[in-house]
Design a protein around this ligand. Structure first.
Ligand code: PLP
Length: 450
């Protein structure tokens, strides 16, 4: 369709007239019509190519139009396109088995959902059923999804407009060494103080009222916040001590983003429940789920689990999930992510600290990194204010525009640029995309006090 101005016009007019978009003032957006995608690149109708450094919404782990995933979906569609959840199905069973094989500890059963938000809804419901308690603790600076409980758990401004929401959610501060809520001066101190704070929250909220604690293993959209050493082990220990179910939200970071099947493996902790979506099949067909420990699953051996979805474990989605496991195994995706992350991305981004006064901090792991942009390195004043919109957000909009003009589609949030390309990105593409972001930071530097 490249160069087909009439096709492009039709896409735009149908979209503007009839598609109601997420998280947007409908009259103030101008969605880019996408004509095609392949690997780490997508094209608009004019034929402009963009390297997708945001993996769509950090879900496109195996890139666009991966031939193995496309073939798996096509074959499954030709064989059995749908089957309801109370029947057994080969690809659903195989995907559940393969997830259980790579999940830590005794997490051996999978409840499939349609995406990440409903995975978190169901994880909370399981925790409430098994504990007989209702309250859930979650972090400020988190995102857990757009549905009712998931948005209540969310610790970012997207919750505000949806309040009052679930009243049985209480928020706490997680670790964030660069902007410590605890005035700590080292990662070790941050861990210790963040855990002291969490224990205080548990005690003051009433340990006996708390069903679950949910945490993104590496906080995603709210900043690629990698937990400092010992923090998640401390969370596990507090949950054990107070009888709280520990839910790890791995919707964004599971399935290879940080070089592990599940990110908890990098921190040696075993949660009671893990929620996943996105990377499980790169979003080719909507799929999410909850991986459940034996101890929790056993509570429902003789008592019915009250929950379900018509499309739970949809065969087209599960076939794409099985193909994802095959590609990861055959192509050594996890090793690739660790190698590209530590050999290419990390040294490159760190070298920019010497050249860009607007770069406050670089942090991340695998193929998941954040560049924290500031006006002043001493005070750490962010390049744009928290939750900035309109003219206040202009400097970040200019950085994003510079990336796009250079053919790179960036992920930006508040004062940060995230680096989250598909895990299959070629090394040359990766270096080219990084060079474009490097150049775009010159725009941010103009706002920074040297
Ligand atoms: N949890 C995390 C950590 C996420 O990043 C997201 C989506 O970005 C969700 C949950 C919600 O997933 P979904 O949009 O599939 O409902």
């Amino acid at each position: 369709p490249f160069g087909d101005a009439e096709a492009e016009r039709q896409v735009r007019s149908d979209d503007r007239a009839h598609v109601f978009h997420s998280w947007s003032a409908q009259a103030k957006i101008d969605p880019l019509p996408i004509a095609a995608g392949e690997g780490s690149t997508f094209w608009d109708y004019e034929g402009n190519a963009y390297l997708d450094f945001s993996s769509q919404l950090v879900n496109l782990n195996l890139g666009h139009q991966h031939p193995d995933l496309v073939a798996a979906i096509q074959q499954q569609a030709g064989r059995l396109a749908t089957v309801q959840p109370s029947m057994a199905n080969d690809v659903r069973g195989e995907l559940a088995r393969r997830i259980a094989e790579v999940a830590p500890g005794t997490l051996n059963k999978v409840f499939f959902t349609n995406g990440g938000a409903d995975a978190n809804e169901y994880a909370v419901r399981l925790a409430r059923r098994v504990t007989g308690r209702r309250k859930v603790l979650s972090m400020y600076r988190s995102y857990h999804g757009g549905t009712s409980t998931a948005i209540a758990l969310t610790g970012d401004p997207r919750r505000w407009a949806n309040e009052p929401s679930d009243p049985s959610v209480a928020h706490f501060f997680g670790p964030y060494p660069y902007r410590s809520a605890f005035h700590s001066t080292s990662p070790e101190e941050e861990t210790q103080r963040a855990l002291e704070h969490l224990e205080n929250v548990i005690v003051l909220e009433g340990a006996g009222t708390i069903a679950a604690l949910i945490a993104e293993t590496v906080v995603g959209t709210n900043g690629v916040l990698v937990p400092p050493p010992g923090y998640l082990a401390g969370v596990r220990e507090l949950c054990d001590r107070y009888g709280i179910v520990y839910i790890a939200d791995e919707v964004m970071v599971g399935f290879g983003r940080v070089g592990e099947w599940f990110a908890v493996d990098a921190f040696d902790v075993v949660p009671d429940l893990i929620t996943f979506a996105k990377g499980v099949n790169s979003g080719y067909v909507p799929l999410g789920g909850v991986v459940i420990s034996d101890a929790i699953a056993a509570q429902f051996d003789d008592v019915a689990f009250q929950g379900g979805l018509t499309y739970s474990g949809h065969p087209l989605a599960c076939a794409a999930g099985v193909a994802t496991f095959d590609v990861f195994d055959r192509d050594g995706i996890l090793d690739r992510v660790r190698d590209l992350g530590s050999r290419v991305v990390e040294p490159e981004l760190r070298s920019w600290l010497e050249r860009h006064p607007s770069l406050g901090e670089v942090r991340g792991r695998g193929l998941f990194w954040a560049l924290e942009l500031v006006r002043d390195r001493e005070t750490r004043e962010p390049l744009v204010p928290f939750n900035a919109a309109g003219p206040d957000a202009a400097p970040m909009a200019e950085v994003a525009a510079a990336c796009k003009a250079a053919g790179v589609w960036p992920f930006t949030h508040f004062n940060r640029v995230h680096v989250a390309p598909p895990l299959v990105i070629g090394e040359d593409e990766l270096r080219r995309g990084l060079a474009a972001i490097d150049a775009a930071l010159d725009v941010a530097d103009r706002y920074a006090r040297a």
